[in-house]
Write a protein that binds this ligand. Structure first.
Ligand code: TYM
Length: 339
């Protein structure tokens, strides 16, 4: 009996990724990376850079290469220790593309047509509505299912993609038996949707750089962006959480709450009667101080390409081992001749 109690349950597995299509920003950090880093010790974690996904939109090759290595430095600087997490580049593990092809044949045209990101992106890039943009969620399903994770920690905008992944996996399992674990999306209570500082009705994204705080921004740039953050025309400058009527202020409160751990009523009380002129710089300062050690460590790591390359080599090896096992099982199930 005693002995049985000492046997440790295997850790649950987590997997997620970010496209190196732009520099990492506060939305990526609060919606995704911070949650990953907070759970490093409790889960077996796989985090990657989704470079295959980026070419659904035209990329400058040199920029993509630079961001693919710099993003690794930033993951590590955010607290993702490569000794405790498997960190890798998607294109280094061919099984992602290989499983994506198989899953393409188990995904329906209709369900892909309903994806909101496809609708948004095909409106935005109307002269390049390529097949990859359409089948993007299938590659994402392959990314996830290869590693049989329990959880996929993402921001709110990726929830629909995790749901279609579950549908594809369930469809495949219903034909071939229990091949894939059905993963759960893990969405944080605060920070899951950060809006642009100048566009409180649209999510923070690199495409609106003025309202987007990048992890590598200097303290002065961050302060300036927060000072210019859009609030509202309330003449009393009341710091109150009201998503509908005060989206800008509510977004800033959400950022402040996620970084300080304070509750919304505590923040309302802290800034009672102080106005936006005090509130906005205070949020900016919390962000500056939170990002300072991350930026400094990332700058140091970005100079050490040899170390980063070694992390990528080790990550690709570990990831390929796990991914290969799932891919072989899938190939066998669908009837590909094994040698
Ligand atoms: P991507 O690269 O657009 O974003 C990466 C992560 O950051 C989150 N995020 C945000 N969270 C809160 N507020 C925001 N303004 C904000 N902007 C981005 C996203 O929700 C995401 O968690 N398809 C994915 C990448 C991917 C992936 C995967 C993710 C490819 N394969 C497998 C998980 C599992 C994407 O484009 O995320």
């Amino acid at each position: 009996m005693q002995e049985q109690n000492n046997i440790q349950e295997p850790k649950k597995r987590m997997l997620s990724g970010i496209q190196p299509s732009g520099d990492l920003h506060l939305g990526n950090y609060l919606g995704a990376i911070k949650n990953w880093a907070d759970r490093v010790n409790d889960y077996e974690c796989y985090y990657f850079m989704a470079d295959l996904h980026t070419i659904t939109v035209r990329q400058d090759p040199a920029d993509l290469r630079r961001r693919s290595i710099n993003q690794l430095a930033q993951y590590i600087a955010c607290g993702l220790d490569p000794e405790k997490n498997v960190l890798f580049l998607q294109s280094h593990v061919p099984a992602h593309s290989q499983l994506a092809w198989v899953l393409n044949c188990y995904t329906m045209f209709g369900e892909l047509s309903r994806m909101t990101q496809f609708k948004d992106k095909s409106a935005k890039y109307a002269n390049n509505i390529n097949a990859g943009l359409f089948t993007y969620p299938v590659l994402m399903a392959a990314d996830i299912l290869l590693y049989q994770p329990d959880y996929v920690p993402v921001g709110e905008d990726q929830k629909q993609h995790v749901e279609i992944c579950r549908d594809i996996a369930q469809r495949f399992n219903s034909i071939y038996g229990d091949v894939f674990k059905i993963p759960e999306p893990l969405i944080a209570k605060t920070g899951a949707r950060i809006y642009g500082l100048t566009t409180p009705d649209a999510k923070m994204s690199k495409s609106i750089p003025d309202g987007c705080v990048f992890l590598m921004d200097s303290p002065d740039d961050i302060r300036r962006k927060f000072k210019r953050a859009v609030t509202d025309s309330d003449t009393e400058h009341c710091v109150r959480f009201d998503k509908e009527n005060k989206p800008g202020v509510s977004n800033l409160m959400n950022i402040y709450a996620t970084l300080t751990g304070k509750t919304i009523p505590e923040i309302e009380q802290e800034f009672e009667g102080k106005g936006y002129g005090v509130f906005k710089p205070a949020v900016g300062e919390v962000v500056v101080e939170h990002l300072r050690p991350i930026r400094e460590e990332a700058e140091r790591l970005m100079k050490d390409k040899a170390y980063l390359n070694d992390v990528y080599i080790a990550g690709a090896e570990k990831a390929s081992y796990i991914a290969g096992k799932t891919l072989r099982k899938v190939y066998k199930k669908v009837g590909f001749y094994q040698i």
